[in-house]
Design a binder for this molecule. Structure first.
Ligand code: KIV
Length: 298
């Protein structure tokens, strides 16, 4: 058995099938009533070597649990396109759909910093379009910052958004909005030329005023170099441990999306199986007329 886990005393009792965590697992010391996390907090964390925790959230109920657990940053990722809507890529999700997800998350949060992805097609046209999209997200969702993919090619857009007072998180390495350019989701920047360009882009994003950068699926050594070379926090996904923080898609780390198993993913639960078992038991109870019983009625 894993240390820190206790099994149910009566395995026949379905409601006790869940794994119970006890205090021997090191838990986050952050509490929902702690001071709100700001972009400045993240930069201070980097300075004192405290790692930043970030997860995705797309809805009120999950965001409430993640915030109460003490997560530092909630990303309303355009991965909602895959996870919530079942699309194959992140491309179809719209600005209004991102705002719907983001406003649900914002209503749940008391402590975490809420960052929202600018969806594909809402910022690549020109910097005015990018600014309008960022302003619409901030006004209509109440979120605290935006994230967008790319380096030098989106410099002007980032500068314009920043000039309106909207904090920007960058995203380099594997950038899923460019999937049709890359053709695959394999590790990026393994070759020297691409690695050099990525490092230059990271320096550029730092110099123009981004408050943090996500590095997705690149070699750990390169990610560590970037984290050392720039002053702002580097949050990795599939980028090794030598960076300033980590992000995962919540539905992946909880095992809700059970088909997706990249090397970098650590699963903390297997909820797909647990939920399926619970629903199967519910169906049996209903069919057998065991639910509801006389105590479960008025
Ligand atoms: O949309 C998303 O979930 C993301 C993370 C993978 C960083 O951008």
């Amino acid at each position: 058995m894993l240390p820190g886990l206790s099994l149910p005393s009566n395995p026949n009792n379905f409601s006790s099938f869940q794994i119970h965590f006890n205090e021997t697992i090191p838990m986050s010391t952050a509490k929902a009533e702690d001071k709100k996390i700001t972009t400045h907090t993240l930069q201070e964390m980097k300075k004192r070597g405290e790692k930043i925790s970030m997860l995705t959230a797309y809805d009120f109920s999950m965001a409430k649990i993640l915030d109460a657990s003490g997560i530092d940053v909630l990303l309303v990722g355009d991965s909602a396109s895959n996870v919530m809507a079942g699309h194959e890529t992140t491309l179809p999700i719209t600005l209004d759909q991102m705002i719907y997800h983001a406003s649900s998350v914002v209503r749940a949060v008391t402590r975490a910093l809420v960052v929202v992805d600018l969806p594909f097609g809402s910022y690549q046209g020109n910097s005015k379009e990018a600014l309008n999209s960022a302003i619409k997200i901030m006004k209509e969702s109440g979120a605290h910052a935006v994230k967008l993919e790319g380096g030098r090619e989106v410099k002007e857009s980032i500068e314009r958004i920043l000039s309106a007072g909207v904090p920007v998180m960058g995203h380099l390495g594997l950038t899923p909005q460019s999937i049709y350019k890359f053709g695959t989701y394999v590790v990026r920047a393994k070759e020297e030329e691409e690695a050099k360009r990525l490092l230059e882009d990271a320096r550029l994003l730092d110099s123009i005023g981004c408050f943090a950068i996500v590095l997705e699926k690149i070699p750990a050594a390169l990610a560590g170099t970037v984290a050392k070379e720039v002053d702002i926090p580097i949050i990795g996904i599939g980028a090794g441990g030598a960076v300033d923080g980590q992000v995962l898609v919540t539905h992946d780390m909880l095992g809700i999306t059970h088909e997706f198993s990249p090397r970098f993913l650590r699963r903390y639960m297997t909820l797909y199986d647990d939920v399926k078992k619970a629903v199967e038991k519910y169906i049996v109870d209903v069919k057998r007329k065991d639910f509801p019983n006389t105590k479960e009625q008025y």
